[in-house]
Every structure is written in structure tokens, then in C-alpha cells.
Write a protein that binds this ligand. Structure first.
Ligand code: PGA
Length: 254
């Protein structure tokens, strides 16, 4: 069956009251509905607390960022060794908000990807074009280049046990109506490019979609053959909407 993974990216949102309430409700629903494909990406400061709360469940936890160094004089940073130490399994790499707001270019993203892989955590590599790139017909080229930068440096096998999230920048944080067929086409394109390097990886790799995902469009997204789940921002902050999303995704979990 097609794989499908649902990730809640809380970004810079939440506090301890929100988290206590949300995780309590999530645990109850996950157990009741036997859901096993959910990952939560809270702000870094709450990771450990959430990992403790989720330790007997099958909900996994993801960091939203990591430094390119393992330790040393890097004030304010968090290393992959530290994430591993507290039980984090996944790390978001290359989210457009980091590319844009923190000037993370392909070289920095590659370094983050590398350190995450070398330490056996799972990177979720976010890629996607801006509105202008889309307007100029550059979507495929931009997506391919963002992935290929890493393949060229590390070889195709590096995509084993890694996740790609196609997140068009123009669709993030909005409430736009989604052209499912266009998104499916890009996912198929990404898979077909990976296929040229390695057939097995192209079949197995999880390629998620992110950008304006809601309970209203989840069905149309998940029924597309090359979309393996979604990365959810705004809609993951509303527990009732997120619950509808994960309940529907159960039809596609392994
Ligand atoms: P959005 O964000 O669901 O609010 O569009 C998605 C993301 O940035 O991961």
C-alpha cells in the first residue's frame, strides 16, 4: 500500500498549556483510532517534554532545525547529538522559512542534511519554488536542483530512509485552493528523477506535500498516487482540524 506520513509543523507556536491539552487529546485519539503515521514538530524548547509524554505511543517527534556542528563554541545552537540524546528521530531541513528568513542556501542545507544522516536521524528535506519561479516555469528545475545538490555531494544512497517534502513557497501559510493534479505532477517528476539514479529508492521514498493543507483538501491530496502524506502548518495548530486530517490519513497508513 502507498505510504503516508502526517507531520504537524507547529513552527513558532504553542506554550505548555497548549501542549498539555493537545498531547492528551492526541494520545487518546491515536490509541482509539489505531493511527500510526503521525509525527509532531514542536518548537525545540518543548521537544523533551513532548518526547516524555509520548514515550509509550507510536507518535514520533521531529525537530524543526539543527546546527551544522556537533558541539563547540556556537552560541544559541542545538546539535544533532543533543537531539539524539533526548530521543528525537526526525529533523526538518531546508524549510523555506529558514531558507528565506535565515539565509540558508543549498550548501548550508546540505551540511545540515549530512550531519543528520551521519548521526542516523531521518532528515525531512523541504524543497519548493517561489511564486516568481513558478510564474517563470521554473518549478521542476528548482525542485530538481535543490535535491540534486545533495545527491551530487553524497550520492543517491543518501536518500535511503529520508523524506522529501514538496512545499511550494507560494502555498505556505495561506488558505489557497490547491491544484491537486499539478501537485501530483511535481511529485511524479521528483520520483522519476530519483528513478534515473535508483529504482528502489524512487519507489520507497516518502514524498510529502506541504502548503495550505486542511481537512477540506486532505482527501484529494492523499488519493494522488505519488503524494505520501502531508506536512501541515496552520491546520495542525487546531486540534479538531488536525484530528480530521489524521483520521482520514488512516486509510493510507501501513
Ligand atoms: P501551512 O504550512 O500548512 O501553514 O501552509 C506548511 C509548512 O510550512 O510546513
Amino acid at each position: 500500500m502507498k505510504k503516508s506520513l502526517i507531520i504537524a509543523n507547529w513552527k513558532l507556536n504553542g506554550n505548555k498549556y497548549f501542549i498539555n491539552d493537545y498531547i492528551k487529546k492526541l494520545l487518546y485519539e491515536i490509541n482509539k483510532n489505531k493511527i500510526n503515521n503521525v509525527i509532531i514538530a514542536p518548537p525545540l524548547i518543548y521537544l523533551q517534554k513532548i518526547i516524555e509524554k509520548l514515550k509509550n505511543s507510536n507518535i514520533k517527534v521531529c525537530a524543526q532545525n539543527v546546527d551544522i556542528n556537533l558541539f563547540g563554541a556556537f552560541t544559541g545552537e542545538i546539535s544533532v547529538a543533543m537531539l539524539k540524546d533526548i530521543g528525537v528521530k526526525y529533523v526538518l531541513i531546508g524549510h523555506s522559512e529558514r531558507r528565506i528568513n535565515h539565509n540558508e542556501n543549498d550548501e548550508i542545507i546540505y551540511k545540515k542534511f549530512k550531519i543528520v544522516k551521519e548521526n542516523n536521524l531521518i532528515p525531512i528535506l523541504c524543497i519548493g519554488e517561489t511564486y516568481n519561479e513558478k510564474k517563470n516555469g521554473k518549478t521542476k528545475e528548482v525542485c530538481y536542483n535543490q535535491i540534486n545538490y545533495i545527491i551530487k555531494k553524497m550520492g543517491i544512497k543518501v536518500l535511503e530512509n529520508c523524506i522529501i517534502a514538496y512545499e511550494p513557497v507560494w502555498a505556505i501559510g495561506k488558505d489557497i485552493s490547491i491544484n491537486y493534479l499539478e501537485i501530483q505532477k511535481i511529485h511524479k517528476f521528483i520520483r522519476s528523477k530519483i528513478y534515473l539514479y535508483d529504482k528502489k529508492i524512487s519507489k520507497e521514498i516518502v514524498i510529502q506535500y506541504g502548503g495550505s493543507v486542511t481537512d477540506k483538501n486532505i482527501k484529494e491530496l492523499l488519493i494522488q498516487p505519488d503524494i505520501n502524506g502531508v506536512l501541515v502548518g496552520n491546520s495542525s495548530l487546531n486540534f479538531d482540524i488536525f484530528l480530521k486530517i489524521i483520521k482520514f490519513s488512516k486509510n493510507f497508513q501501513n
